[in-house]
Design a binder for this molecule. Sequence first.
Ligand code: PLP
Length: 444
Amino acid sequence: METLHEWDRLHQIHPWAAMDDYQGYDNMFVDTADGIYLWDGNGKRFIDGPGGMWCVQIGYGRDEMADAIAQQVKKLPYTSPFTNTTEPSAILSKRLAEMAPGDLNNVFFTTGGSTAVDTALRTMHFMNNRLGRHDKKIVIAREKGYHGSTYLAHSVTGKERDKNRFDVESRLVRFLPDVNPYRRPDGMSVEEWCDEKVADLEKMIAEVGPENVGAFIAEPILSSGGVIVPPPGYHKRTFDICREHDILYISDEVVTGFGRLGHWFCSEEVFGIQPDMITCAKGLTSGYLPLGACIISDRVMERCASPDDPALFSNGYTYSAHPVSCVAALTNIEIMERENILEHVREITPYFQERLRALKKFPIVGDARGMGLLGCIEGKGKTLEEERELGNMIDAACEELGLLVRPLINMAVFSPPLVITRAQIDEMFDLLEKALEKVTRDLA
Ligand code: PLP
């Protein structure tokens, strides 16, 4: 294993590599997995708290997935989506159109979440060019939002840029301030906070001019930003404002899609909106293979269409609609339906959230929040320095005990496989409590 680590250190660049010593850090070596558990190279078992990267909905080790993938590889591993189509991609597009709300009937397959977001933004540009609205291109996004790692998706990402040395296309985007109710000033009610956040959007549109704003992009829950659940009513009100100004509403459901909140998509079922576009990836295949999709409304497609002009929708990838990935998605959906996984998430959520919120009893926990099977604990330190270290300290204490979480500055987030049972939720939170006790002791 030491040799593997050495090769890895010397030759592999990992996402978000720390550049102070880019060959100096070892990533955890993961060897095998089953259900909600992973094993490292030394045979130590861990609960996979982050569910891969918010994606392993059906859990690991599914023979049915392996068989379906193998069969498609033997039958047809690849064909060009530019000129051909396949049975799995045609069936999957119909299934996604049925699952998505309202008139979101048009599916553009991508290679993951970033390329789905890229596609959504480019579609807005395409549409407004078609309509002759050449200035209506600016995207309103939000601080702490994460939308991916292509140039365009990164440009609309509002996470702290203090350690970022990549360029962004700043002419294209404006950011609204943090919507986290935990950050509201003392004495302000959540309702007043919501009014203020909605007013932020109205002000921004007025400032930029509605004729220049093409889209508003929002995650239903800002996941990588720290599982920020916006105040009740926020999404519906911001959606109505976008409609009023003919600004496209892009709901980035890369994390929340495919059951995380107990529904295929949550935009309509949980938040009461029918966006113009939904982006999804991750849970679409439960992480077994890469695939993403941008699901576009009929209304947008009709405005993109140009029967009078031979323009092309020149967006796409060699691996768009990859037939093997589409089979993985169809098998994933079949398993989720057969095992009633959406119902399971809805049933188990109150218990998961109850155990999560109980962590507020620790003085080092400032906030414990979430929705569905998404959770975050936000640490509170005596000093800013201490607070910034809390995510890493909680992560290290959990890892020692056999639980993986994802540290984010002063936070730890988790989104376990959706098949987690009540007993496994207890196992996970019992370990978290032990870890928090240890960190409390270490800081004393
Ligand atoms: N959008 C959201 C909300 C995400 O959380 C992510 C990834 O975490 C992305 C987009 C980018 O997806 P990918 O990493 O598959 O490109």
